[in-house]
Design a protein around this ligand. Structure first.
Ligand code: B12
Length: 220
């Protein structure tokens, strides 16, 4: 008989073929789909995240694990409604204007989704105005910007300036990252947070969401 632990192990190993049978077995056994997601699939990614952070797992392996989790999700998702799994928060993310690098951003998207966030991925080469448009349309809690080139780093600053000019800056927290980006740069351009890897970025978002909840409780 398949177990939830088998599912998380399968995600950890990035076993794309194995996950379908395992998840289907659990569904057939009548296991609650929410348990399959939280303890099996996301449970597996929860093991992956610290291993990636400590350098025991590398980017291609993390991608395989995330793909495996998503493959399992495809089977379970039709069995649940949106209300069953409350989202932790909504995050808009994109690689800034002029920059086509998206491997790190995509990794971050997968990590955030696997930890329960709703992510709207704007893709690459995202113009300043497109960030504003997305904020107005989707009303996210957090906006993430990625830049991998020293030449496009300043587009993070121009995007923040655009958000200010369009009057939406204060509605969101802004996080920034990418190889050339530093904490000092993030502070200089007025971002709210910086992280140099996807796992820490998820922790950063968790902290930001907790703060927002506390402020809401206080009525601020
Ligand atoms: C793969 C790659 C490419 C691929 C991109 C494919 C793709 N789909 O992304 C291709 C071949 C297209 C490419 C093109 C170019 N590249 Co390139 N590329 C790279 C390379 C080798 C790896 C980048 C990568 O994916 N790293 C792996 C990921 C996982 O790491 P990461 O992106 O840093 O992301 C992590 C963190 O930074 C963080 N993070 C990332 N984004 C965000 C966002 C937020 C909000 C947060 C919180 C965290 C966060 O979390 C991620 C996961 O842990 C780097 C070298 C390097 N060491 O970085 C050069 C590099 C970035 N490229 C470089 C250059 C010069 C170019 C080109 C200009 C080359 C050319 N002459 O055409 C073009 C530019 C195209 C463009 N307009 O964007 C230079 C940049 C130099 C500089 N000082 O600016 C580098 C550093 C190579 C070098 N040493 O010269 N490139």
């Amino acid at each position: 008989m398949a177990t939830l632990q088998d599912v998380s192990q399968c995600v950890l190993e990035g076993d794309l073929d194995g996950i379908k049978d395992l998840v289907q077995d659990l569904i057939n056994e009548g296991v609650d789909p929410i348990l399959i997601i939280n303890e099996g699939l996301i449970g597996g990614m929860n093991i992956v995240a610290p291993l990636f952070k400590s350098g025991e797992m590398f980017v291609p392996e993390v991608m395989e694990s995330a793909d495996t989790m998503n493959e399992g999700m495809k089977l379970v998702k039709p069995l649940i409604t949106d209300e069953d799994v409350p989202s932790k928060g909504k995050i808009i993310i994109g690689t800034v204007n002029g920059d086509l690098h998206d491997i790190g951003k995509n990794l971050l998207v997968m990590m955030l989704e696997s930890r329960g966030y709703t992510v709207i991925d704007l893709g690459v080469d995202v113009k300043e105005e497109a960030f504003t448009k997305a904020v107005i349309e989707h009303q996210p809690n957090i906006v993430g910007m990625s830049s991998l080139l020293t030449t496009t780093m300043m587009k993070i600053e121009s995007t923040i300036k655009q958000l200010i000019a369009d009057g939406v800056r204060d509605q969101v927290k802004i996080i920034v990252g990418g190889a050339p980006v530093t904490q000092e740069f993030a502070d200089d351009v007025g971002a709210d947070g910086y992280s140099d890897d996807a796992s820490t970025a998820v922790e950063l978002c968790d902290r930001m969401m907790e703060e927002q909840c506390k402020l809401q409780e206080l009525g601020v």
